[in-house]
Write a protein that binds this ligand. Structure first.
Ligand code: EPZ
Length: 421
């Protein structure tokens, strides 16, 4: 079992490179099975979730090769339409394969994705939408056995009762080669949805309205392969900014884009940080004050609101701010599991349902803590950087799902951080 050892109170100062977005590359890799040719996915981060997705592609019969940050998928050997339990359990977001496998193979067999650290992860919106496209879905003993009624899925209008990212992705993958036109009303507007639609359109799909509330997909008979560059990871961007802010430091980020985090910048500014974007050098700079000020309130919302994935990293930096900050988590039911671990470092946080009240303290103290989930783990790293003394962080498998080389990146910024097996 590996662990991170962090000696806190080192001001971060330097440059960090942002990788491709995990939440974009996963649905895009699933989409490659729809293509009639090879796809080259560039700026692909080295993450355990990417390895898990590649394992599913190989199981289905695709050839998947990785060279530096380019993953090449040749789906010509596609021969299976099922995902075994062990592969499904490794990553609950594998449900995004359902629409793609069903559209390409005419049937799909996979298990219900388990819940996860964030609480139950229902897929009712996915299943209701796919049924409206003509997929017959039988649920029995935790398995989903699906087949298309007739030859092809048929386009229709689908209104989502909430703008689910995963459900929007499943509808896009199922409808790209369906017969006729599909309209998604109240679609998710995240940048990762736009990136997926860019990939599909580069393969020959006819999708308009990505990034808006209504997306129109005109089904085409077949898709070709393409080369696609994955957009920057906005949550990794926020994570490095919060780490620099929590240590009163400075960070210059390359290969990112401030437009992706427009809804988070006000929180950094209210905390007293100065941010700057240089169009010429395409570098995003954050400079933190000696001591942060509190962030009055953070309300997580679907894009373009404050992203739920940024809640834990930003909460970690407010633990050492002057004053009291308030967080309201509206997307997931159980997304404060990092609070107990932050409290072990001396944070003063009170949780009442969806609300967390953080009373900033002058200093945290190092302790032994355990990652509870991906972004909660990032919060512990940020808090440990701002803690007096040594912190040991375990259960790193959560972090490795979504961060490519986090300890190297922080170490290059001057953090005292090492991974011990
Ligand atoms: C995606 O999850 C991301 N994961 C999450 O990032 C992110 O937090 C989330 O979108 C919201 O932005 C990936 O892209 C792999 P949702 P997803 O469907 O698709 C409820 C991270 O840390 N819901 O938009 O699962 C659901 O329970 C991860 O990188 C239903 O009720 O999110 C949740 O409360 C964590 N029924 C809310 O909607 C459904 O059928 C938002 O879920 C589907 C969702």
């Amino acid at each position: 079992m590996s662990r991170l050892i962090i000696e806190g109170l080192h001001k971060l100062d330097g440059e960090a490179v942002i990788h491709g977005a995990k939440n974009s590359v996963l649905p895009i890799l699933a989409a490659t099975i729809l293509a009639g040719g090879t796809s080259e996915i560039a700026n692909c981060p080295r993450l355990s979730d990417v390895r898990a997705t590649s394992a599913i592609l190989r199981y289905l019969g695709c050839s998947v090769t990785a060279q530096d940050e380019v993953v090449t998928v040749d789906p010509s050997g596609l021969c299976r339409s099922d995902i075994p339990d062990d592969l499904m359990r490794e990553m609950r977001s594998s449900i995004v394969f359902l629409g793609a496998i069903a559209a390409r193979m005419g049937e799909a067999h996979l298990s219900f994705p388990g819940g996860c650290e964030l609480g139950p992860r229902p897929i009712n919106l996915h299943l209701a939408a796919l049924r409206r496209l003509g997929l017959v879905i039988e649920e029995e003993r935790g398995r989903l056995n699906c087949h298309i009624r007739g030859q092809r899925l048929k386009g229709t209008t689908i209104t989502l009762e909430q703008p689910s990212v995963g459900a929007t992705e499943n509808i896009l993958l199922a409808s790209a080669t369906a017969e006729g036109v599909t309209v998604i009303v109240n679609a998710a507007r995240e940048p990762e949805i736009v990136d997926l639609c860019c990939y599909l359109n580069a393969c020959g799909a006819r999708i308009t309205g990505a990034g808006e509330g209504t997306i129109t997909i005109e089904g085409v008979d077949r898709l070709g392969g393409c080369r696609h560059q994955v957009l920057p990871d906005r949550i990794e961007t926020v994570t490095y900014m919060a780490a620099a802010a929590a240590t009163g430091g400075r960070v210059v980020l390359s290969r990112t884009n401030p437009a992706l985090i427009a809804s988070v910048l006000p929180a950094f500014e209210e905390a007293g940080c100065h941010t700057d974007w240089s169009e010429a050098s395409r570098l995003l700079t954050l400079e933190a004050p000696e001591r942060l000020s509190r962030v009055t309130s953070v309300l997580t919302m679907p894009y373009p609101g404050f992203p739920t994935d940024a809640q834990a990293p930003v909460m970690a930096m407010t633990c050492v701010a002057q004053g009291t900050s308030v967080f309201i988590e509206t997307i997931f039911d159980n997304r404060y599991r990092h609070v107990d671990e932050l409290s072990r470092l001396g944070a003063r946080i009170k949780v009442e349902g969806r609300v967390a009240v953080v009373e900033g303290v002058p200093r945290l103290s190092g302790a032994q803590v355990e990652c509870t989930d991906l972004r909660g783990g990032a919060a512990l790293v940020i808090a440990a950087l701002a803690a007096d003394g040594e912190t040991e962080i375990t259960a790193l498998q959560h972090l490795d799902r979504g961060y490519d080389g986090l300890e190297e990146g922080l170490s290059n910024l001057g953090a005292s951080i090492r991974r011990e097996e």
